[in-house]
Design a protein around this ligand. Structure first.
Ligand code: NAP
Length: 366
């Protein structure tokens, strides 16, 4: 029997790659959870065209479900999506919460259905929280796995329970890195609450790869002439895809996190964070949270730190034929993500904001 996998943000970048690899493996029926059915169908066409040898096997109907849209900034859309999945499928074996955006505060306003959180909080954190909650009975039925896609940028943040209201209310506080820390707190709280029902939940960091995410960074080009010049050159290189690894490499850590047998990493404990290559070394996993809450670090961090890291990653790929930079393992998560009390508070506040019961919903006995 084929397993059911749901991949959010499957229309582009990492999500498209993850969906393609799961669909072409033949073990999964993949729901391409995209903002619209047009985007999902286009993604399915792209996957089929890229795998001509599998064309006989792959088909929209059998391997890729494209007719249920899921717009993560619209909570009504998420509810409709989850309801349709639950009607159609008795179990969900894998949920990859991959979709994400990077927005500056002035762009970060949302007009969709309540609660009134910012666009980035909705897409990166609260939407995936809602989706996972609405699918929890199906995940339990399958003893499935949830993979929350995060970013190395989360390591630069710290978070105390008292900040949770501010996170939901203040778009200038809820930066991308902070939403990515929330995603890890969410994965770990899921593991604490659903682990006893056989569900496993992990976080995965794809490293730094060339996708459409860079379209969001145009806004960072500001400041003095020299600063703007350097940022422009970096963005130009980034957008060209030169000297940066392709999404396939980033997808390896997410696919590994999605499919590695739980027992394989039993020595790592129950809270698992997967990273690949350079992003799994001590270079990246030291405790960077003391640099937390320094918005001034945002631009140097993105373009001055991750950009050179991306080039080193690309060089490693070149020298090792993709082997060294793709090796994935469970590594130490950001220290702030291990704070159990904050994770609990975040879970409860998220449930309250969305009008959901705090306790996990169990499948009804047949
Ligand atoms: N690329 C990197 O180096 C990197 C590094 C660390 C973490 N990540 C994380 O990896 C994940 C995937 O990003 P990517 O790099 O593949 O970027 P991408 O190419 O821009 O893909 C982002 C995906 O999210 C979808 N999305 C955005 N808003 C949505 C919404 N409201 N509802 C449903 N889907 C929505 C996009 O759909 P549309 O096409 O409709 O916009 C797209 O499919 C993100 O969570 C990102 O934070 C990426």
């Amino acid at each position: 029997m084929r397993h059911l996998a749901i991949v959010t943000g499957a229309s582009s970048g990492l999500g498209l790659e993850i969906a393609a690899q799961l669909a072409t493996k033949g073990e999964y029926i993949v729901v391409l959870a995209c903002r619209s059915t047009e985007k999902a169908r286009a993604a399915a066409e792209t996957i089929i065209a890229a795998h001509p040898n599998d064309q006989k096997n792959l088909s929209h109907e059998k391997y890729m479900v494209t007719d249920i849209p899921c717009d993560l900034e619209n909570f009504d859309s998420i509810r409709a999506f989850a309801a349709a999945v639950c009607v159609r499928f008795a179990r969900v074996d894998l949920l990859v919460n991959n979709a994400g955006v990077v927005l500056r505060p002035e762009e970060n306003i949302r007009k969709e259905s309540p609660p009134p959180v910012s666009h980035m909080v909705a897409v990166n954190y609260l939407g995936p929280y809602l989706l996972t909650r609405l699918l929890e009975t199906r995940l339990i039925e399958a003893k499935g796995r949830v993979v929350n896609v995060t970013s190395s940028g989360a390591r630069w943040y710290n978070f105390a329970g008292g900040d949770i209201d501010r996170f939901f209310q203040d778009p200038s506080f809820a930066t991308e890195g902070l939403t990515k820390l929330m995603v890890i707190l969410h994965a770990f709280e899921l593991q604490r609450r659903l682990g006893c029902h056989g569900v496993t939940a992990v976080a995965a960091d794809p490293g730094y790869v060339h996708t459409n995410i860079s379209r969001h960074y145009r806004g960072v080009v500001s400041g003095s002439f020299w600063r703007r010049l350097i940022l422009r050159i970096q963005l130009l290189l980034w957008n060209s895809g030169l000297f940066i690894s392709p999404p396939q490499d980033g997808a390896t850590s997410i696919l590994h996190a999605a499919t590695v047998p739980w027992n394989a990493d039993h020595d790592k404990g129950a809270l698992r964070y997967y990273a690949r290559g350079l992003f799994a070394t001590r270079w990246m996993t030291w405790d960077q949270s003391r640099l937390a809450h320094q918005p001034i670090l945002q631009v140097p961090l993105i373009l001055g730190f991750f950009f050179p890291l991306g080039i080193i990653d690309w060089l490693l790929r070149l020298l090792s034929g993709g082997k060294l930079n793709s090796q994935t393992r469970a590594v130490a998560p950001p220290s702030a993500a291990l704070d159990e009390r904050t994770a609990q508070e975040l879970w409860v506040k998220s449930a309250q904001l969305l009008g959901l019961p705090v306790d996990v919903q169990l499948p009804k006995e047949e």
